[in-house]
Design a protein around this ligand. Structure first.
Ligand code: NDP
Length: 399
């Protein structure tokens, strides 16, 4: 009888998290098999991954991309992989009965529906994408609870908190003796840049993160510290933590990945190299330690660990996210997320200045401040509306 392996779907396989996930899988062939791989535009890369991992399905954005991939797979003599396309196919490979675990590593709101499909189907979900919880935290967590799906946080800060909370943590900070959760932030590439120079920051400068190699969107979010703001909202939903029990501290070395402050004065931290394979392996091992490929932490190479309070004037996006968290309005975090996605795309496209990122997000939050959205349809409609309003604002700036 063959040994049972955990069948994995990797949503966003061609991205930074997707490739790190596949690297961990490659190290443990006896534990994992790949059921499906998905990508959006990078067809060549996906074809190569199919050749290496032989998934049953590969999913791309549309029919044209599917035809291109099909041709490449024929050329590579990969006959096992069936090519699918579109949003529905992403949902299908996330909920298929053959799948045990789904790595959600698509960037942005595009991950929401496939992540919800995996949640509804009761899968083990390794959640890297943070926009899912920011956009629809209440609904996603409710779906997880109803279906009995298992949710494991891949984002390094949340994974660090997950590692340092008691293993039987039941969503009640007070019962666990927790005073607060402390998210560490590197402060990104512009921690010491004069604020007067911020308007001239280019996309090329913004995507050069000092400690992590990541996709473009999250790199820009890290530079504006919107990333930490999204993470605050993510932590709120993952750990049932109210805004007043969530702290942010800047720690430029990115050695401590986050901490839990207990009421007795103890603080527990998780440390390691800045390597996403560590949290990925911890999730995929279902909390059992396994080799991730990460280098051991060399303390003598990092003799100084330093800390600074966050500066809201320098990083107004972080302040906006805190305000949204305090407002406790599902619609507001959906607006924040959609406006930020449009703003970052326009900045990467040289249509907006770095300083416009927070201005545009704030504009959308103000304009739609009376909005409510509870169901998935309402959230999707609101997301689309924000994108239209944000795009109109950008068009006015450009013309
Ligand atoms: P990348 O940009 O490197 O990769 C994104 C992946 O999503 C790619 O496979 C891309 O396909 C795919 N994709 C992009 N747009 C769409 C779409 N509209 N529909 C379907 N698939 C799409 O991102 P990262 O790996 O850096 O980040 C992924 C997620 O994980 C983000 O939400 C990020 O915030 C989160 N995260 C990332 C960390 C990191 O270290 N990188 C750390 C913690 C969280 P293609 O390549 O073909 O375009």
């Amino acid at each position: 009888m063959g040994q049972y392996t955990t069948a994995i779907t990797v949503l966003g396989a061609t991205g930074s998290i997707g490739l790190n996930t596949l690297d961990v899988i490659r190290r443990h062939p006896e534990e994992f098999s790949v059921f499906a791989l998905t990508a959006h535009r990078q067809i060549d890369k996906l074809a190569q991954l199919c050749q290496q991992f032989m998934p049953q399905y590969a999913v791309v954005a549309d029919e044209i991309a599917a035809r291109q991939l099909q041709q490449q797979l024929q050329h590579l003599q990969v006959t096992r992989t069936q090519v699918l396309f579109g949003q529905e196919a992403l949902c299908e490979v996330s909920q298929a009965s053959e799948v045990d675990g789904v790595m959600v590593a698509i960037v942005g709101a595009a991950a929401l529906l496939p992540a919800l499909s995996a949640a509804k189907a009761g899968k083990t979900i390794y959640l890297a994408n943070k926009e899912t919880l920011v956009m629809a935290g209440a609904l996603f967590m409710q779906t997880i609870q109803q279906s009995g799906a298992r949710l494991l946080p891949v984002d390094s800060e949340h994974n660090a908190i997950f590692q340092t909370l008691p293993e039987n943590y039941n969503g009640q900070l007070n019962e666990a003796g927790v005073a607060s959760l402390i998210l560490t932030a590197s402060g990104g590439p512009f921690l010491h840049t004069p604020v007067a120079d911020f308007a001239a920051i280019t996309p090329e400068q913004a995507i050069k993160h000092p400690n992590w190699h990541m996709g473009q969107k999250i790199s820009v979010d890290s530079a504006s510290m919107m990333n930490k703001g999204l993470e605050l909202i993510e932590a709120h939903w993952l750990f049932n933590a109210p805004a007043n029990q969530l702290e942010v501290i800047i720690h430029p070395q990115s050695i401590i990945h986050s901490m839990v402050r207990y009421i007795d004065g103890s603080v527990l931290a998780q440390l390691g190299e800045a390597d996403m394979r560590i949290p990925i392996a911890y999730c995929m091992g279902l909390r059992h330690r396994m080799h991730s490929g990460a280098e051991p932490l060399d303390f003598t190479a990092n003799p100084q660990l330093t800390f600074l309070p966050p500066d809201f004037e320098r990083f107004p996006c972080l302040k906006l996210a805190y305000d949204v968290l305090h407002s406790d309005n599902n619609a507001a975090s959906c607006i924040l997320n959609a406006a930020n996605e449009v703003a970052v795309a326009a900045f990467l496209n040289h249509q907006l200045r770095f300083t416009d990122l927070s201005v545009l997000v704030d504009f959308c939050l103000q304009k739609l401040s009376q909005q409510q959205a509870a169901s998935i349809d309402e959230l999707m409609q609101l997301d689309a509306r924000v994108r239209t309003i944000a795009q109109e604002w950008i068009n006015k700036q450009v013309n």
